[in-house]
Design a protein around this ligand. Sequence first.
Ligand code: ATP
Length: 352
Amino acid sequence: MPTFDKSHTAPPPTGSGAAIQAVELTKTYGKGDAAVRALDGVTFSVPAGTVFGLLGPNGAGKSTTTKILTTLAAADSGTATVAGHDVAREGAAVRCAIGYVPQKPCFDPTATGRENLTLQGRIHGLPAHEIRQRSDALLTRFGLTEAADRVSKTWSGGMQRKLDVALALIHRPQVLFLDEPTTGLDPEARAEMWAEISGLTATEGLTVLLTTHYMEEADNLADQLVIVDRGRVVASGSPEQLKGTLDGDTIEVQLADPTARDRARAAVGSADGVRQVSVDDATLLARVGDGAATLPRVLAALDSDGIGLTSVTVARPSLDDVYLRHAGRSFRAAERAAGSATDRPEFAEAAR
Ligand SMILES: Nc1ncnc2c1ncn2[C@@H]1O[C@H](COP(=O)(O)OP(=O)(O)OP(=O)(O)O)[C@@H](O)[C@H]1O
């Protein structure tokens, strides 16, 4: 467990406007046959005052990257600075300048919200009057004032997540790390959390690094993002830039019978105008140039092979399509591969 400096004033950044810089980070867990290459040369730069997304399927290396940047783990090679401080050589200064919200809750469930904030303020060495002021401000900021004096284990999941974020902000950090901030939240609480996160850069002047495996979360919140796959950055830019690199449309077909997926992939792949096909269970995604023009040919190809479908939609490119293009498999398939350890080739490059 890292220790915090007793001084609560974070040293000023010395960098050139980048709040975080990671250069060629590598990390392998375990040895020999059991070795897992978690990071394989991760490089990115986060402009100060922005929300930056680290997007990737489970097991891509997001948490490992966050742990290195928050000094909870050491990289095998590569360098990184946070708020102008080298994570390997200036760990105490980094920890003073950051707030970190890990995936799992980090508050004491038997203490009230206010007691949790007080404890956290003391850990950071803040004077009592400042802890009171800052706690009140954060409780108000996150709409937690009414519940403040109830033990936090009685709070809803959304309120507990907000408490986690408030705890990470007590010492006014410059950079906030949020590891999968909305995992496990219901849609309403997730939407609330999104609103809170997007307000943080404006009201607290923070830089936020957010890891997520939710495409729509990265799309909604991140000013810039990197897509990470198998420990490597496969694409970077703003969500709009990334989607803009994909011309054309996506045709999504729900197959009536998932066992027909291989025949469906072959049939659609041979249709004129289809560039790339992936199938995940009963969902077939076809990247095409002009959706409206290609749709009849896709339907005809499926029909001529006697393959039934339950629905079909044409959509503009999403981050899912960006991932498919750069990682060569659909995001959902990558998540399943991470869960099953078996890496199945889920896509076929189709003849144009
Ligand atoms: N302590 C560890 N020991 C061995 N392997 C590990 C350890 N921590 C992570 N890994 C492996 O390293 C790879 C990257 O894991 P990491 O947790 O960084 O990914 P992630 O993108 O954050 O995924 P998730 O969202 O599921 O946490 C995975 O294959 C994971 O199983």
